[in-house]
Design a protein around this ligand. Structure first.
Ligand code: ADP
Length: 880
């Protein structure tokens, strides 16, 4: 209950005029809000209307200046502290401040605009006693003003033409949109008839519209045509509303006209585009759908229905759709749809999931893409999207994935090191075997990281080869050294082939690499040993050959090639026979074939015509050989030049023949003479014995001569066997060689009466040698000199010496020896063949023994000779 302040008295009025009801009552009944403050501003009185305005009752004597709960300035925004309210302002100035607008907020949150008019109250002495304020609620007026201002602004700024007119069709307002659309200014149109805008053929539209308006009905989106100021016809859409007065009577019309010429064109274009899109979608087997969540409406295109296996007429809704989702994918899909439709979602959605096709219950993979459109309240209004059956694509993807996995498993378990590159030159795949070999990771090897593991000297080769291959898109084979995880570089072979797609597009390379280090080293060893064998085979003094399994020659060494003078290619097959003498050409191969059939060792002799024209005897020996599996692979054999052996044998035969003859002759002669002497002894009487003395003497002489001859022959044979068995021993002493020469010459002189033997010597000194053996050598040379100088003459024996050697030579004027024979005469059994030479008796062992003896003394023996002129035999002995 409002109470007047006890300390305050209304200005005195005449007693008689005192009213019968209290001032409080009067004040409470006032339709105007009023309240009073003392000079400090404490509220001392307020009426009901004031409390109603404030929305609560202030505390008397406590609350100051204003009873409102919250105060704002006239702008409705700036908070106004109570000491700034109109009452406070007025009290501070102690004079009326006129009307002031404030906004108050009541405890229930409602707001009111107030017009405050505070004025001061004075006591009888004229001092300020307080103030009275009347509050006028101007909220409705304020709201109206605001609305009108907004409306006017809207109308003015609207793009649409907004026009109002009377029921008679006279224009009363014309906004800027109308000016723009029709070309007339407001001044030109206000007060004019609206029919100015209506084309002649549509004049009858206006009465119909007016008729409808009069009934209070609205005309909405009426599409028609109107004329502009410059005579253009416009497609417009009209919305016309009746304007009512306060009593609800229709007094005019307000209409909004919108130019839809552009819209119409746009709509047509849109329709066309939609049609095109539909066709494109269909040809791409792209289904489209639209879901309006608020209406719960789901539309599926024909293609979409086909994908889901749903017939044309069948009704579909969101539940039907969710029922089609494959159970395992359902949660994921619904969650994603929820996300897209949620406010924080972007509204976009792209998912791959499985559906259970309605028609045949087949599980199909689909890709669904969509976009959510929100209304102004941020609620999902339309959800539009496409759907594509991607089962085949998925299947292919899976197949590809499977085949890639299969490849990887295979590649990783392959014993070869495999790498693969793309068309961009970089290697991006290395299998497990490779990575285990290098001990590095895929990331480390990838791109050109692998080059880091290549032996520095081989890097250039690798990059060059690879670069070239990339250009030509051709494979290559390369051997290089790669670092093994142990740190050691190992040789690997890189067998690289290009990869092409089914369309022939170059995709890069794939290569299998093999650790060939052991192999390579073994190969090097083989090469080494091959070289060694080749060298040996070529320098060997024997011919070497090989055949294939059919007996055809496949190999001949350099020695054989040199002998025959035929290059290797002419030796192959049976070419080697070319230089075999006609007499042996049949036999040797026949024997070979026979042996080969039995896989037996093959030995035969044949003669060849050597490159230098010599006919040589060859001994060939061959054996079958087998490959590592034990399979017969051919024959391998050698050819030895046995000409010398053959000749030696021949000479041995000759020697035996001759020796037996030589032995038989003296023995027969000895036997004859011994018989003769026996007969003389038995038959001849003592007196006749004297007469037989001469015969006896000559017979004994002959016997002695023959026995000497035999003795010499036997001792030569003994020497020969001693030499051959290595048992020729020397008994060395120091002696004067000159006396030895003299003795030997003396002995020789006894054997010839036709030769003069002279000694030439200025030597003084000794030699250390086996005196008897040197004597034997000297005697042998002297005997030969006499024997081979049938025409007699002088034989010179010279003896020379220096600090190192003593040189003794025997020169004869005999038959001489041909150059090519000169070395051979020191061989065992060697005798110069020739008509003349054969007439001289001998065994061909004298010079052999002499040369052996001299060699054992570390001396030398040689001959100088001119055929038919004579020979000089010289030997040296080291000085003791
Ligand atoms: P032989 O008993 O045949 O003489 P040698 O060994 O003494 O055997 O001599 C070997 C061969 O050397 C002889 O057969 C002969 O042809 C040749 N010869 C040796 N000495 C002479 C020489 N002084 N003059 C010519 N030919 C000789």
């Amino acid at each position: 209950m409002t109470k007047l302040s006890p300390g305050y008295q209304f200005p005195a009025q005449g007693e008689a005029e005192r009213p019968v009801f209290s001032y409080e009552e009067i004040a409470d009944r006032l339709p105007v809000a009023v309240y009073i403050c003392d000079k400090e501003g404490h509220i001392t009185f307020y009426n009901k209307a004031a409390a109603g305005l404030w929305g609560h009752e202030p505390r008397l004597q406590k609350d100051r200046w204003c009873g409102a709960w919250k105060l704002y300035g006239a702008d409705g925004v700036t908070p106004l502290p109570p000491d700034q309210c109109p009452m406070a302002v007025m009290l501070r100035g102690a004079k009326a401040v006129g009307e002031m607008e404030v906004l108050i907020e009541r405890p229930d949150g409602t707001r009111r605009y107030l017009l405050a008019s505070p004025s001061p109250l004075f006591d009888p002495e004229g001092n300020l006693a307080g103030g009275v304020d009347t509050l006028q609620d101007i909220t409705a007026q304020k709201e109206n003003e605001k609305q009108e201002a907004t409306l006017a602004a809207i109308v003015e700024s609207a793009e649409d033409a907004i026009v109002s007119k009377t029921l008679e069709g006279v224009v009363t307002s014309w906004n800027r949109g109308a000016e723009k659309l029709f070309g007339y200014t407001a001044a030109e149109m206000i007060g004019q008839s609206i029919t100015r805008l209506i084309p002649a053929d549509r004049l009858d539209e206006e009465p119909a519209i007016l008729e409808q308006l009069k009934k209070g009905a609205r005309v909405e989106h009426f599409e028609t045509k109107r004329l502009t100021k410059n005579g253009n016809l416009l497609d417009i859409s009209l919305t016309i509303s009746p304007v009512l007065n306060s009593k609800g009577t229709v007094i005019g019309a307000s209409k909004i006209a919108r130019d839809i010429s552009g819209d119409k064109r746009l709509r047509e274009a849109l329709r066309e585009r939609e049609e095109r899109l539909r066709m494109a979608s269909e040809s791409a087997k792209l289904g489209t759908w639209e879901y309006q969540p608020m209406e719960g409406k789901l539309d599926w295109s024909d293609e979409c229905r086909r994908i889901y296996g749903v017939s044309d007429g069948m009704k579909v809704d969101f539940t039907f759709f969710t029922d089609r989702i494959f159970s395992e994918d359902k949660d994921r899909v619904l969650e994603e749809i929820g996300r897209a439709m949620g406010r924080d979602g972007e509204g976009n959605y792209d998912l791959q999931f499985r559906i259970c096709r309605y028609s045949d219950k087949q599980v199909r993979w689909i890709r669904s893409q969509g976009k959510v459109y929100f209304n102004e309240q941020q609620q999902p209004e339309r959800f539009i999207g496409t759907v594509l059956d991607i089962t085949e694509q998925k299947k292919q993807e899976q197949e590809l994935k499977d085949s890639v996995e299969l490849f990887q498993t295979m590649a990783d378990n392959a014993p070869a090191m495999i790498w693969m590159s793309g068309s961009d030159k970089f290697n991006d795949y290395f299998n497990k075997t490779w990575l285990e070999f290098t001990g590095r990771t895929l990331a480390e090897e990838s791109r050109d990281g692998w080059l880091g593991g290549v032996y520095p000297d081989d890097v250039q080769l690798c990059t060059d080869t690879y670069g070239q291959a990339l250009q030509s898109q051709e494979g290559f084979y390369l051997e290089y050294r790669l670092r093994h995880h142990s740190g050691e570089y190992r040789w690997i072979s890189d067998n690289c082939v290009p990869r092409f797609s089914a369309q022939g597009e170059f995709l890069g390379f794939i290569s299998a690499c093999i650790d060939i280090d052991d192999q390579k080293r073994a190969r090097e060893k083989i090469l080494d040993s091959e070289l060694l064998l080749k060298t040996i085979s070529n320098v060997a003094p024997v011919g070497l050959w090989m055949t294939d399994t059919t007996g055809m020659n496949t190999f001949a060494n350099e020695t054989w090639i040199e002998w025959t003078g035929l290059p290797l290619e002419e030796q192959l097959g049976s070419g080697w026979l070319a230089k075999v003498l006609e007499e042996d050409k049949v036999n040797a191969p026949a024997l070979f074939r026979e042996a080969m059939l039995k896989r037996e060792k093959y030995t035969t002799e044949f003669r060849i015509l050597r490159q230098d024209g010599d006919i040589r005897w060859c001994l060939t020996e061959g054996s079958p050989f087998y490959d590592i599996n034990g399979v017969f692979a051919g024959y391998a054999g050698s050819v030895t030049d046995i000409t010398d052996i053959k000749k030696l044998e021949q000479r041995k035969d000759d020697f035996i023949k001759m020796a037996s003859h030589e032995l038989k002759t003296p023995i027969t002669s000895i036997k004859g003479y011994v018989q003769l002497l026996m007969n003389i002894y038995e038959e001849v009487s003592a007196d006749k014995l004297q007469a037989a003395k001469g015969t006896v003497k000559s017979s004994l002489g002959t016997i002695a001569k023959q026995v000497n001859k035999l003795t010499r022959l036997i001792s030569e044979l003994l020497d020969l066997s001693r030499i051959e068995s290595g048992k020729l021993e020397l008994d060395k002493t120091s002696f004067d060689p000159v006396s030895l020469v003299e003795e030997a010459v003396q002995d020789a002189r006894h054997t010839t009466s036709r030769h003069a033997i002279l000694i030439h010597s200025d030597y003084e000194g000794k030699v250390y040698a086996d005196r008897d053996r040197i004597a034997q050598v000297l005697l042998n040379l002297l005997t030969n000199a006499i024997k081979y100088s049938p025409d007699a003459g002088q034989i010179d024996v010279s003896l020379k010496g220096d600090k190192k050697n003593v040189t003794i030579s025997v020169a004869d004027p005999g038959i001489g020896i041909e150059k090519k024979e000169q070395q051979k005469i020191f061989d065992r059994f060697y005798r110069v063949e020739g008509k003349n030479e054969q007439t001289y008796p001998g065994f061909g062992i004298g010079l052999f023994i002499a040369s052996e003896i001299i060699q054992r003394h570390n001396g030398t023996i040689s001959v100088k000779s001119d055929k038919g002129k004579g020979s000089v035999f010289t030997f040296t002995l080291p000085v003791a």
